[in-house]
Design a protein around this ligand. Structure first.
Ligand code: ADP
Ligand code: MG
Ligand code: MG
Length: 880
């Protein structure tokens, strides 16, 4: 045998996730723990990759191994697939390495056909159950494997239920279901032009291939992109013996979390339905019972369920999300995985599990996804406005947070209107995986059906989006795009507000405020700080931003942009005068008007940061951003300068550039107009001297020269900076330490880093420009192009959001390795957008940077990502 593609559950374990997928590996682990698991086998992710890359066919080798595994399973089960008297039925379930809820479709009851359904009815003495299973199978197989829309079947079923006056599926009799089955087969025949496949092996192979193909479907791509899951992982296929929750009132099915996934409270959260099959609970077809009710309905089963839940949580040392089915009073577990949770729940669970002695601090740090912390920095309702508002209705508090926006009824509308800049709330009967992009675009999600574990709830929690589910008071008219709640009718575009923590729904636009940070958060972040070796700074241009960042744990400023300082009030006029001046004297005069403001701005920032390091970048943007645009602006400028509008326009035209981002910006401005660099340096140093004296501390400014590509260029500007700085200090009679460094954002600077390091006392990787220039992809126009590239799977993720380690990263690594021998004590950091992206933070840790710098709200994310990087890849902190 060349390669093993198929594993019995008894052959695997939890550590084999990359090969068996999460579901398969955990089914194997639970089998090993001796838990009641319907047995089966797993076809590996490697088979998926080979299938999708190799002409979409199962190889003979794979088929042979599946056949062997199937006979082993038949032996264990004591029944055979397709046996007319006593048929073995199986489910075919997908399962990737990372859990992708609802993204991949499952087929249940496979193995039924016109003959075996009768055998099953006789064998169980339960024809209702047999036909209920068969009609479900036809629908799922047609939908998942062949792609015949589920709604065709559902509509038929609803019609039939109306016809016979049945409210729920459970009201249908065996005869009813037999008729429904025949109708379903007819739908299949009409759609496909051939009969529903009767050969169970054909059913099995077709279903397995469909699972492999589902890795390639558009919603799987969307989910992977949102969660940084690489295409190359593939999904495994699990073939598992069926157990039946739809055999009557001593049967049922449910899902449960060992702790509350919304709040983190140590209390079981679960739901189940009597006489139902798997999908029913999750799909929100009927609203399920809380798990506590199981204790009344089936006390012995409940007790065993709690016991196994505890075993699983202790075994995995994490909150578990479990699926179970009760078949005629016997309990089976069908799945367990580490449960998705809100950020607040994640923090609470991590902290409490350390307190309980279940895990170490280090293990706790690995349990929270850095990106998730973003959620707790989300807004909540303004308490006063909330008090004044009266809820119109209430649903389940499925995913916390506060959201207000305009009502939208379809995912497409939500997406479109959000792209147009509107805040929207997606209101649906229930959501399905196709809605994922609309859900991601919405501020909040409201569903009429479905419980705490419905698709909407699970996906919303994962995304950190506010969700209220199961509000059955809502009368929905999807076709007319209206709904009624609390006596009020809402149409598309009307404002509503949702409170995901209480489930309250309001018929108005309630203002939101920034969130509070809870005790668990602070405690947890302190553990992260103990662990990490990478420092975290922030990008802040104002004292206000700087203060927010300090509250979030920033240790300094990695980037202060000075350009906005030229736009406020009438500063821009002065700057325009400077640009359009004809002589140096005129320019110097114009800059004098700006200098005092600039100095005040810097003083404000120093005061907020105290002795923490502050990197200030000299003026960077291209000149055209400062040009007068309107005739009115030219008029004012003409009056102020005594020149004619025509003269000014000629001058402005002369400065026009075809490609400003590659034009007259960054240090190039300082080369052409040294007065700017001089003025800025003076403001930086005088502010530092004054604040140092006022507060009796030592400010150590870091002056950063942008857009260097050539050592002589750096030298030229640095000379201006140093001369000016020395003069300021001589005049003030005060000596301060200060650094002059550069951004590494032009590939040539990275390539010649050994030369650059002879002059630069620090490097800050400007990965926004470095990415733009390495890819030759304009940041301003990249959106559309990248969307196409990502759709076509040419780029797996957006390199402007997540650092490209292979290309851009190589330039960074090269620059670090070249610079260190020349200047061993050089400071190394990053100040591009990537500084707050966990994967990029890890890369910065790996190549030995001293710090990352990111926007204030991402500082906690970077702190945790840095701690995780240190846990995964320990390194020493550099000493200077
Ligand atoms: P998902 O990944 O979307 O949760 P699953 O493969 O877990 O899909 O299955 C969907 C539903 O079908 C779940 O509720 C599961 O418990 C149920 N199910 C899957 N396999 C079986 C089986 N062998 N017997 C009974 N129910 C099953
Ligand atoms: Mg599942
Ligand atoms: Mg730049």
């Amino acid at each position: 045998m060349s390669k093993k593609y198929v594993y019995m559950f008894s052959e695997g374990n939890a550590s084999m996730k990359s090969l068996l997928g999460g579901k398969g590996a955990n089914l194997a682990e639970m089998t090993m723990l001796g838990l009641p698991i319907p047995q089966g086998f797993t076809i590996s992710t490697e088979a998926c990759t080979e299938y999708n890359e190799g002409g979409k066919k199962l190889t003979e080798e794979m088929i042979a191994q599946i056949e062997v595994a199937l006979s082993k399973l038949e032996e264990i089960a004591g029944k055979k697939l397709g046996d007319p008297q006593n048929p073995l039925l199986v489910s075919v379930r997908s399962g990737a390495r990372a859990s992708m809820p609802g993204m991949m479709d499952t087929v249940l009851n496979l193995g039924l056909n016109d003959v075996s359904v009768e055998g099953l009815a006789k064998k169980t003495g339960n024809p209702r159950f047999a036909y209920d299973s068969y009609r479900r199978f036809i629908m799922m197989f047609a939908d998942v494997v062949i792609g015949v829309s589920k709604s065709k079947f559902e509509r038929k079923l609803d019609e039939y239920k109306d016809e016979v006056g049945a409210k729920f599926d459970t009201d249908l009799t065996a005869e009813d279901l037999k008729k429904v089955t025949a109708m379903f087969k007819q739908i299949y025949l009409e759609d496909q032009g051939k009969e529903f496949p009767q050969d169970p092996k054909e059913q099995l192979f077709e279903a397995a291939m469909a699972v492999f193909r589902s890795w390639d479907n558009p919603r799987a791509f969307v989910y992977r992109r949102m969660n940084d899951i690489p295409y190359s992982w593939g999904t495994a296929v699990n073939v598992q013996m069926m157990v039946f929750g739809n055999m009557g009132d001593t049967s049922g099915t449910g899902v449960a979390f060992t702790r509350n996934a919304a709040t983190g409270e140590k209390a079981m959260l679960g739901e189940y339905l009597v006489n139902a099959q798997g999908e029913d609970v999750v799909a929100g077809v009927r609203t399920p019972n809380p798990i506590a009710k199981l204790a009344e309905d089936m006390p012995a089963v409940y007790e065993q369920f709690i016991e196994i839940s505890n075993t699983l949580e202790n075994h995995y040392k994490d909150m578990q999300d479990m699926e179970f089915t009760v078949e005629e009073g016997k309990l089976y577990f069908l799945q367990t995985r580490n449960g998705k949770r809100t950020a607040n729940a994640a923090l609470r669970i991590a902290v409490e599990m350390v307190d309980e002695g279940l895990i170490t601090k280090e293990e706790a740090l690995m349990k929270v996804e850095p990106k998730q912390l973003d959620q707790i920095l989300h807004p909540a309702f303004d308490p006063k406005a909330l008090k004044a508002a009266t809820p119109l209705g209430k649903g389940l508090p499925a995913s916390p947070g506060a959201a207000a926006g305009k009502v939208c009824f379809t995912a497409e509308d939500a997406k479109e209107q959000a792209e147009g800049g509107d805040r929207v709330i997606l209101v649906r009967l229930e959501t399905s995986p196709e809605d994922i992009e609309g859900m991601a675009a919405a501020q909040g999600i409201l569903t009429v059906r479905g419980g705490m574990t419905s698709h909407a709830a699970v996906v919303a929690r994962g995304m950190g989006t506010c969700c209220v589910s199961g509000c059955e008071e809502i009368k929905m008219n999807e076709a007319a795009k209206t709904f009624t709640l609390g006596g009020k009718t809402f149409k598309e575009g009307d404002f509503i507000s949702l409170d995901g923590s209480t489930g309250n729904i309001y018929g108005e636009d309630i203002p939101t405020v920034d969130p509070e940070i809870s005790g668990n958060f602070a405690k947890f972040m302190a553990w992260a700080d103990e662990r990490r070796s990478l420092k975290v700074r922030t990008n802040a241009d104002t004292p206000h931003d700087a203060q927010i960042a300090i509250d979030f744990g920033a240790e300094g400023i990695g980037l202060t942009r000075t350009e906005h300082m030229f736009f406020e009030g009438d500063r821009i006029m002065k700057f325009r005068k400077m640009i359009l001046a004809d002589t140096v004297a005129e320019r110097v005069e114009a800059l004098k008007g700006i200098e005092p403001f600039q100095k005040e701005d810097f003083k404000g920032i120093y005061k907020a940061m105290q002795e923490r390091p502050v990197t200030i970048r000299l003026l960077d943007p291209p000149l055209h951003e400062f040009m007068p645009n309107t005739d009115e602006e030219f008029d004012i400028l003409a009056k102020e300068t005594g020149k004619t509008v025509e003269e000014l326009k000629v001058k402005a035209r002369g400065l026009h550039e075809l490609n400003p981002m590659m034009g007259h910006r960054g240090c190039r401005l300082a080369v052409s107009y040294p007065e700017i660099a001089e003025m800025q340096t003076r403001a930086i140093m005088e502010a530092a001297v004054e604040v140092s004296n006022e507060l009796n501390i030592n400010i150590k400014p870091e002056i950063m020269i942008p857009l260097i590509g050539e050592i002589k260029e750096l030298k030229y500007v640095k000379n201006i900076v140093v001369e000016t700085a020395e003069k300021v200090m001589a005049d003030a009679g005060k000596k301060l330490e200060y650094l002059v460094g550069t951004m590494i954002e032009i590939p040539r600077a990275a390539l010649t880093a050994d030369e650059i390091a002879t002059e630069a006392e620090f490097f800050s990787f400007g990965t926004n420009d470095l990415t733009q220039m390495t890819y030759g992809l304009s940041r301003d126009d990249a959106g559309k192009i990248l969307a196409d590239y990502i759709d076509r799977n040419i780029y797996e993720c957006d390199p402007t959001a997540r650092l490209d380690r292979t290309g851009v990263g190589m330039l960074m690594k090269w620059a670090v390795e070249k610079a260190l021998p020349v200047r061993p004590d050089i400071h190394l950091g990053i100040c591009g957008e990537h500084g707050g992206d966990p994967s990029s933070v890890e890369f910065c840790h790996l190549i030995g940077l001293d710090y990352v710098s990111c926007s204030p709200f991402r500082v906690p994310i970077a702190r945790l990502a840095a701690a995780q990087a240190q846990i995964n890849f320990p390194r020493e902190t550099r000493k200077h």
